[in-house]
Design a protein. Structure first.
Length: 566
């Protein structure tokens, strides 16, 4: 069984020379095509260096091979014609590139093909069955015209495609032609390849495919379906692609991975991967008649693609950061947001830290600075308390804080006096636990020394901000765990409201033995009535009595349940 090899080369000619010599020394005639865009001197030098193999390594006519254009097919046809004419003993013809590397002894490949003398190995599927096309063109690549290079003439390419769509232009497929697509790297029998080259309709077919987009993935894949006696729709060359349709490049550290695949040939090898070239070209390890199993390493590539596209939860990388909703979770770990609690309870932050063991910050989004738990200027991960730095990207500030402290529960205060840009982000973050005592912003206003009119204006402003924030929390897009109490309800049974919140943070279940000290509410009802009398209705506070402040109920009393938004 004789195997002929066609190599399409355009760069790294020194590596291509070594691969050509390997194929020839293993008994395979080789026809080499060098891209017409490659420097003529480099081409002539390669021809001269391979002069000692002139009877077994031939060079075909050169074509310009722009990606996605006819040139690659034209180069393959020229090389195939030369192969069939000069090497009649070649019963199978293997198409590879200069960056392909044999992974197993060529004798095993010849034996594998000898056991399947009438089988063509070429990936070939109809456009409806191909899920991996990238770029938005599947059927249209056969019905539109593509005279411009997608890489060199992108603007002309896009405009001409748009023009054809707008005018409803469609090409007529040759009679009886059913377009198929697949990998350009194939291994065809001599009979099938001869039938394709001598097809009486070949001039018309070539004219048609000259204006098909990426014809190297459809020309042989389509015609082989017409002439082949038996097709196995797969390539014997292992090539992996990322989510953008670009081929993965194999480096030296992929050596164990390539050996595990049991594939005959791999693409695409980094030109400077000396260890790979030395290992496989100096004597590939025999594995017998083992079937190629690229699926063994598919799981690893799937994980690599997932890590590249999704990453780790709450960790952003450059390729995803500009793209909305490409993050794998807004933050890396659960955290808690308390709104109104620091206004209602004296010493709430140290009390919460003592009860739960969590790290409890002040108002991280306060207008003047970020109030870290120790009130220091720098937090974990060199995170600054500068409001100017924080407000350039509040979302990344929160994300970095949670990432830098993962493993320890973070809590912070939030309210209508804070910068509000982060409101929607925490509302949509499943890691967030948000507890709100609405209207608690009015408590500091009662003790404020400013004239009443200024306090009334400030109350109206704060209530408007909190109303907008609560609307985000009640939105169907909110994913956080959200609890909301009007101030009037919360003060009636504060311990029963606090207990489930503390359990969620990590405190031991059971009745609270130590309660935070509530601020003095005497006169608060009268202050609210003064606001109403002045034309400002503090409706978010709830139905707070104008007389003496309500006494909190005992912890054992029937609790008034908060309403849960999410």
């Amino acid at each position: 069984m004789s195997l002929g090899v066609i190599l399409l080369v355009h760069t790294a000619l020194d590596r291509a020379e070594r691969v050509i010599r390997y194929w020839v020394t293993q008994g395979c005639p080789v026809v080499v095509h060098v891209d017409a865009q490659t420097d003529a001197a480099a081409h002539d030098s390669l021809v001269a260096r391979l002069g000692d193999l002139s009877d077994r390594a031939l060079f075909s006519a050169r074509h310009r091979c722009d990606w996605g254009t006819w040139g690659i097919v034209g180069a393959t046809l020229s090389a195939a014609e030369l192969m069939l004419a000069r090497f009649p003993e070649a019963e199978h013809v293997y198409l590879a590139s200069g960056s392909c590397l044999p992974l197993r002894p060529v004798a095993e490949l010849r034996g594998y093909l000898a056991a399947r003398p009438d089988t063509d190995f070429i990936e070939s599927a109809t456009t409806a069955d191909v899920p991996w096309t990238v770029g938005g063109l599947s059927e249209e690549r056969f019905t539109l015209r593509f005279p411009f290079s997608w890489k060199r003439q992108r603007r002309l390419f896009d405009r001409y495609v748009a023009l054809q769509r707008r005018l409803g232009m469609r090409r007529r497929l040759p009679a009886g032609l059913v377009p198929h697509m697949g990998s350009q790297w194939w291994c065809l029998t001599r009979a099938t390849l001869t039938a394709i080259l001598t097809d009486p309709r070949r001039p018309a077919l070539d004219r048609y495919f000259r204006r098909v987009w990426i014809p190297d993935e459809s020309y042989f894949q389509t015609l082989a379906r017409h002439w082949s006696r038996r097709i196995e729709s797969r390539s014997l060359t292992m090539s992996k692609f990322d989510f953008q349709g670009k081929p993965h490049i194999f480096y030296d550290d992929h050596l164990p991975l390539l050996r595990r695949s049991d594939c005959f040939v791999a693409r695409k090898i980094w030109p400077r991967a000396d260890r790979l070239y030395d290992s496989f070209l100096s004597g590939a390890v025999a594995v017998g008649d083992t079937e190629p199993t690229p699926g063994r390493i598919d799981r690893i590539f799937a994980k690599a693609v997932e890590r590249r596209t999704r990453g780790r939860a709450g960790l952003y990388m450059q390729s995803r950061l500009p793209n909305t909703s490409w993050e794998n979770g807004v933050t890396a770990a659960p955290y808690s947001v308390f709104e109104g609690f620091a206004e209602l309870f004296d010493g709430f932050e140290p009390w919460l830290a003592r009860i739960t063991g969590a790290r409890v910050h002040g108002h991280l989004f306060a207008p003047d600075r970020a109030e870290f738990d120790d009130r220091g200027p720098v937090h974990a991960g060199a995170l600054s308390d500068s409001a100017a730095l924080r407000d350039r990207d509040p979302r990344m500030f929160l994300t970095n804080m949670i990432w830098n402290t993962r493993g320890q529960r973070q809590c912070f205060q939030f309210g209508p006096r804070d910068r509000q840009q982060i409101g929607w982000d925490i509302a949509k973050d499943p890691n967030a636990q948000i507890s709100v005592i609405s209207g608690a912003w009015a408590l500091p206003l009662m003790r404020d020394d400013r004239p009443f009119e200024l306090r009334r204006v400030e109350a109206a402003r704060l209530q408007r901000i909190e109303s907008e924030h609560l609307a985000a929390l009640r939105s169907p897009y909110a994913k956080a765990r959200i609890s909301i109490w009007p101030l009037s309800e919360f003060v009636e049974a504060p311990l029963e409201a606090l207990q489930p919140l503390l359990v969620q943070i990590g405190a031991a279940p059971g009745a609270l033995t130590e309660a935070p000290l509530m601020v003095d509410l005497d006169g608060f009802g009268g202050f609210l009535q003064d606001l109403r009398n002045a034309g400002m209705h503090p409706h978010l506070v709830g139905d707070f009595p104008t007389g003496p402040a309500p006494a909190p109920t005992a912890p054992t009393a029937m609790p008034r349940r908060p309403y849960l938004v999410k």
